[in-house]
Ligand binder design. Structure first.
Ligand SMILES: Cc1cc2nc3c(=O)[nH]c(=O)nc-3n(C[C@H](O)[C@H](O)[C@H](O)COP(=O)(O)OP(=O)(O)OC[C@H]3O[C@@H](n4cnc5c(N)ncnc54)[C@H](O)[C@@H]3O)c2cc1C
Length: 379
């Protein structure tokens, strides 16, 4: 499906195709839309601020601001709602539709989550997850990475009477950051009556009456009315193995880039965001930094064509903030790990939604129309 968001169909501007409309791809598309003939390829019609997903499960209204149709910020470009499946030296092929010719290509396919195509369907999905939480007395969360921890924090804060159990197969929570953050987070969750079980995995069995039984690897069972699977999101790079970029993937399936964020050995193909093999923590604020640097370098190449004037990228430091409900958070900063209200002030209240919308040229706090999808929502 193609959505044209510009009036002028004929252009002498360079054709830039961006694959992936996530944190990095959306910002890049918005930034260069008046400097190039931009086509954004994404399997869904919207960009969603990924770290608001868990809040949306307890407060679906936030999704009205955090699920943003691509056409809202890309007012002078084309959106192809499809998945890219191949790349040649000159074209991108998608699951649906004809080949898209490019002068410059940008790969920004960080993760490929199984989410619906339309904004309305996505809002309905958040609403039904919210109803599932509301209807349950006991909830099992499987996975102790940022997704599982943030979901446990949201439920424990908004629904303190529900019994929440978090099972994680690793020896500590939040293994992507340091052990001090893990210890502090475990203490915080326990203080909110979340039962945390480490070094166990869960198998699902269904009893004859249809009841779901959750069994731990130690043989014990967990009683829960429902569960949420919060296991790691893998990088969306397997599709690249059948393309001209196969040789540019490293051993963990990330694209190797040079200091200008071009795929190694390629003059006109860039990669940005979590798909890159840059040795740094995978975070959205760094994906945004990649997008802005790639925008600068693309503009330089398209106008002056002088490679020596391109800006170089320096890997970011390991800063990460994991929210714990609406007021608290745990933060790993360069020299300190902090938990509580202070880091919470930075992230947990608005989850950077206003800031991200502003970056995309949108009103940070738009009036939310009373649409039908959240009629059943009450808290
Ligand atoms: C729970 C949680 C909390 C987080 N909190 C923070 C935070 O507070 N701050 C922060 O900076 N970061 C945070 N992050 C990390 C952040 O979300 C990621 O680093 C960021 O989303 C990476 O951006 P990206 O554009 O590279 O990839 P993504 O945002 O994953 O976007 C990839 C896009 O590519 C599309 N795509 C995939 N495959 C294809 C294909 N074949 N063809 C076309 N399109 C495709 C996808 O549909 C998607 O739209 C958090 C992550 C999690 C899980």
């Amino acid at each position: 499906m193609e959505q044209s968001t510009s009036d002028s169909e004929v252009s002498d501007r360079k054709r830039v195709v961006i694959i992936g409309g996530g944190v990095a791809g959306a910002l890049l598309a918005k930034t260069i839309q008046f400097d190039a003939d931009v086509t954004l390829v994404d399997p869904k019609e919207y960009f969603e601020i990924p770290w608001t997903n868990l809040r949306a499960m307890v407060e679906p209204l936030i999704a009205e601001r955090s699920v943003i149709n691509h056409s809202e910020y890309l007012t002078n470009g084309r959106v192809i709602i499809s998945r890219a499946i191949n790349i040649t030296e000159t074209e991108v092929l998608t699951e649906e539709g004809s080949p898209i010719t490019y002068d410059y290509l940008v790969i920004a396919t960080g993760h490929d989550d199984p989410v619906p195509k339309t904004k309305m369907e996505r809002l309905e999905e958040h609403n039904s997850e919210n109803k599932k939480i509301q209807a349950a007395n006991s909830i099992l969360i499987i996975g102790g990475g940022p997704t599982g921890v943030e979901l446990a924090g949201e439920i424990a804060t908004d629904f303190p009477d529900k019994k929440v159990t978090l099972v994680h197969s690793g020896s500590r929570l939040l293994q992507f950051i340091g052990p001090r953050a893990s210890t502090k987070t475990l203490k915080w969750l326990t203080s909110k009556n979340v039962e945390v079980i480490l070094e166990e995995s869960v198998t699902f069995n269904t009893e004859s009456d249809g009841k779901q039984v959750y069994q731990l690897s130690n043989g014990k069972t967990i009683d829960a009315d429902c569960h949420f699977l919060c296991i790691g999101r893998s990088t969306s790079s397997s599709w690249l193995k059948k393309t001209i970029l196969n040789g540019s993937l490293n051993t963990i399936g990330k694209l190797m880039v040079d200091e200008y964020l071009r795929v190694k050995g390629r003059k006109n193909i860039f990669a940005i965001g979590d798909i890159t093999g840059i040795l740094e923590i995978k975070q959205g604020y760094l994906a945004q930094r990649h997008a802005l640097l790639a925008a600068r370098n693309l503009k330089m190449l398209m106008t002056e064509g002088d490679e020596s004037k391109m800006a170089t990228y320096k890997p970011g430091s390991s800063i990460a903030i994991v929210s714990l409900g609406r007021r608290d958070a745990v933060a790993q900063l360069p020299f300190i790990t902090a938990i509580g209200r202070m880091p919470g002030l930075i992230k947990s209240r608005d989850l950077f939604v206003g800031k991200t919308r502003k970056q995309l040229g949108l009103e940070p706090n738009p009036q939310i129309a009373q649409t039908t999808w959240y009629k059943g929502f009450c808290k």
